[in-house]
Unconditional design. Structure first.
Length: 55
């Protein structure tokens, strides 16, 4: 399980999640690996930290 340290940095990878770029809006979308459901989308154009990217 990933942990947030006091310095604002993540230690370890987020498991069970992946992210993909929404080409229509240009934002990154968080996705559950097991169910395939979309969970969250970022409001800025930067990717999520510590989450693997789908191709």
């Amino acid at each position: 399980m990933a942990k947030n340290t006091g310095a604002g940095h993540r230690r370890g990878a987020v498991r069970g999640r992946s992210q993909t770029l929404n080409t229509r809006t240009g934002s990154w979308t968080l996705r559950d690996v097991l169910t395939g459901k979309f969970l969250n989308a970022k409001s800025d154009k930067k990717p999520f930290k510590g989450v693997r990217k789908e191709k």
